[in-house]
Design a protein around this ligand. Structure first.
Ligand code: ZN
Length: 316
């Protein structure tokens, strides 16, 4: 019996949805859950993963209503509310869960820049910057996030990897694209060979930005409008959305609500990577919003005081 056009279309749509979902897997290891990009797992010499919130040794009070309520979390960033011992213990737990307790962690003092460090040997100090790359075995490159996008890159042909931290400032500075360029210079990488995993970050649903951010994107990218929901053109052009305050009939001292857009950092960074020469089919963006899913992730914007997750990649 022939399948009707509509039914065929819906079957195809379901298959496509399943395929998109199957690019990501939450792997349980003891009390921890590690998010992995399935296409990265085909390389036996590669280790990678994005940490999540549950498990760990840290005690976080994230309830504004009940200050005595403590939650046990895997905080991987040094913070005032947590002890160095617990963060170090959490990092060891995460590393063990990745299956490479003997590799060395390399992290950064992240400053929302476009600065990249190539790792060839041990570092004497924690460098300032927002991207790490290596072609050397034994290093686990880690970037910390709690809403910003952690991006992991692998060049399977030359066995080179990179980890990138991209908030809106790093995205405007094209840090992901510059990392691809640097891999080309350092390792002979061809961008069409690179696989990219864009880990969990604040989603288009929750990431509200004002005219300052919209203007920066509009000045840098001709295709920026597609990464925003809301009155992009109005905010980008600098038009005052409320030119005649007396028309809004607000009482003296009251301002009309600020007009905002929603930004999709996954879409922006995917486009930047595609412009740098990556094939669209090799770019995998995790369909999780950190702000919607505080059961599974940390969200600085939603919670204020919270932990940090880590996106990690290395050659073993
Ligand atoms: Zn959301």
């Amino acid at each position: 019996m022939a399948v009707s056009g509509r039914k065929k279309e819906s079957v195809l749509k379901m298959a496509r949805t399943r395929a998109a979902k199957s690019h990501w897997r939450l792997r349980k290891s003891g009390k921890l859950q590690i998010l992995q990009a399935v296409p990265f797992n085909q390389f036996k010499w590669l280790v990678h993963g994005f940490s999540t919130r549950p498990g760990g040794m840290s005690e976080l009070n994230s309830s504004r209503l009940d200050r005595s309520k403590k939650e046990t979390v895997l905080n991987l960033g040094f913070a005032d509310w947590d002890t160095r011992e617990r963060v170090d213990a959490n990092r060891r737990l995460f590393q063990k869960a990745l299956g490479h307790g003997d590799a060395c962690f390399v992290t950064l003092r992240q400053v929302h820049s476009d600065v990249l460090h190539v790792i060839r040997g041990p570092l004497s100090d924690l460098p300032n910057g927002d991207a790490l790359a290596t072609g050397t075995k034994g290093w686990l490159l880690g970037v910390q996030t709690a809403d910003c996008i952690p991006i992991l890159l692998v060049d399977p042909r030359h066995r080179a990897v990179a980890a990138v931290h991209a908030g809106w400032r790093g995205t405007v500075a094209r840090i992901a694209g510059k990392t691809v360029g640097r891999m080309t210079m350092e390792f002979g990488t061809q961008p069409k060979d690179i696989l990219a995993a864009l880990g969990p970050g604040v989603g288009r649903c929750c990431y509200e930005v004002g005219p300052d951010v919209v203007k920066e994107f509009a000045a840098q990218f001709s295709d920026a409008a597609g990464w925003f929901d809301g009155p992009f053109d109005m905010l980008a052009s600098g038009e005052d959305p409320n030119p005649l305050p007396w028309l809004t009939m607000m009482p003296p001292g009251h301002q009309p609500p600020a007009i905002r857009c929603h930004l999709d950092l996954h879409a922006a960074n995917s486009a930047i990577l595609a412009n740098a020469g990556l094939q669209r089919k090799n770019i995998f963006a995790a369909d999780f919003c950190t702000s919607c899913r505080t059961d599974l992730f940390f969200s600085y914007r939603r919670e204020g005081v919270t932990g940090r997750m880590m996106g990690v990649i290395g050659i073993v």
